[in-house]
Ligand binder design. Structure first.
Ligand SMILES: *[C@@H]1O[C@H](CO)[C@@H](O)[C@H](O)[C@H]1NC(C)=O
Ligand SMILES: *[C@@H]1O[C@H](CO)[C@@H](O)[C@H](O)[C@H]1NC(C)=O
Length: 396
């Protein structure tokens, strides 16, 4: 159903006078594209809005996960998809440290099924803990959790050939690139190598955000093409793990099984310390060094910001380098007792009147990204960027 949004851009941008008509939240991507093909005979400006909610490590606690998704209006009071957001992104580590593994993965699947009917989509990621479990490294499995599967063998089967293992293979990736803007295509469209190599990427070419569990390290050699390279390596490693026969018995008490013998060097690097699952540099390195390195990674991945979990701060969502790095693991699970949090990203693109003297072929748009940390009893504005862009291209 179309929804109206109102904007206060006039107060921010007195130079642009006009009437700002809000437009609709479309049903699916094809209609999103139509959002830009407004009637050229009409002078009514158009606003496109995309709302994203991202949530970090959940670690086996469905009660707290429900509180967070209700607070962020991803779901209604019954835990069903609300239709109030366009994308819900979870950055991995649903498993371990709590009992609710089955309930959480089942709920994610339900939301994934429900979302499209209301124009939404769920993007799920594998964290290092999902990978550990697939490998047979069960050191952080909550002791009582194994019973919820009916035993260790049943659990192993469920996360390989069972519905959880199949969901990981089909609907979970290691990283994603989420365009803020439909002209860049649906989620996980690669940042085009041709654009990446050109000297002048277009103003809109980086209007996207990356999500990953650990971090996209500057030293990691397989960042590009982003995100398909990482996700191809990830699918191939996951299928090698899930295809092992017999499954190595879990550690402990058995020895650590490690990666499969046929894992190639790229697959081993994926699971390495500067790989996307384990890297902590963006969270732990000094401000000066991360802010020096971040633009290069954003540049190569065709993004403006990177969102990740994995390295908890139990008090708050961490924003570094003016919100280019956003770390959203706040220890939501009772295993940590951190704060309940969600990250909200609201993107708006508004057609405005061009300043006097602008060639008639050029159109003027105002882009705005509002990044807010949502907590149970307060919200904190982390970053707000507004840009005016000129373009001669059509968005349709
Ligand atoms: C993946 O998600 C789609 C869309 O919700 C669903 O129809 C499909 O059954 C899922 N696949 C698995 C293996 O869970
Ligand atoms: C981004 O990449 C382009 C093309 O390779 C390059 O010319 C530019 O200097 C890079 N910018 C940054 C901030 O790294």
């Amino acid at each position: 159903m179309p929804k109206l949004f109102s904007l206060g851009l006039l107060s921010l941008l007195p130079v642009f006078l006009g009437i700002y008509l809000a437009w609709c939240q479309p049903e699916h991507l094809r209609e999103l594209q139509h959002a830009f093909s407004f009637d050229k005979a009409s002078s009514a400006p158009t606003t496109f809005v995309r709302r994203i909610i991202a949530v970090g490590d959940l670690h086996g606690d469905i009660e707290n996960a429900k509180k967070v998704l209700q607070m962020a209006k991803v779901v209604d009071k019954n835990g069903d998809w609300s239709g109030d957001v366009d994308y819900f992104v979870q950055t991995g580590d649903i498993i371990d440290r709590g009992d609710d593994t089955i309930k959480l993965f089942a709920w994610m699947d339900k939301l994934r099924q429900q979302a499209p009917a209301k124009g939404g989509q769920v993007l799920s990621h594998l964290g290092n803990h999902e990978w550990m479990n697939a490998i047979g490294d069960w050191r952080y499995v909550w002791p009582t959790e194994i019973d919820t599967f009916g035993g260790s063998d049943e659990r192993q089967e469920m996360i390989t050939t069972g519905w959880i293992g199949k969901a990981w293979a089909a609907n979970y990736t290691t990283t994603s690139r989420l365009p803020l803007h439909p002209v860049l295509g649906p989620p996980n469209t690669d940042y085009p190598p041709a654009v990446a190599q050109s000297d002048a990427p277009s103003t809109i070419s980086h209007a996207a955000i990356s999500f990953v569990h650990g971090g996209l390290a500057p030293t990691y050699p397989h960042l590009t093409p982003f995100p398909s390279r990482i996700n191809q390596i990830s699918s191939s490693l996951l299928s090698k793990l899930q295809d092992r026969r017999p499954f190595p018995p879990p550690h402990p008490p058995h020895p650590y099984p490690g990666l499969p013998e046929d894992a190639n060097p790229e697959e081993q690097r994926l699971y390495g310390t500067d790989g996307p699952l384990w890297y902590r540099g963006w969270a732990l390195d000094p401000e000066e060094s991360v802010c020096r390195q971040v633009d290069d990674v954003l540049n190569r991945t065709g993004t403006r910001r990177m969102v990740m979990g994995h390295t908890p701060d139990f008090d708050k969502i961490v924003s570094r380098c003016n919100g280019k790095i956003l770390i959203i693991d706040t220890g939501i699970s009772h295993a940590y007792g951190g704060v309940l949090s969600a990250l909200s990203i609201v993107y708006t693109l508004t057609r405005v009147d061009s300043p006097a003297g602008t060639p008639s072929s050029m159109k003027t748009w105002v882009e705005k990204e509002t990044i807010t940390a949502l907590y149970m009893d307060n919200h904190e504005l982390l970053s707000e960027d507004t840009r005016s862009i000129m373009s001669d291209f059509d968005f349709a």
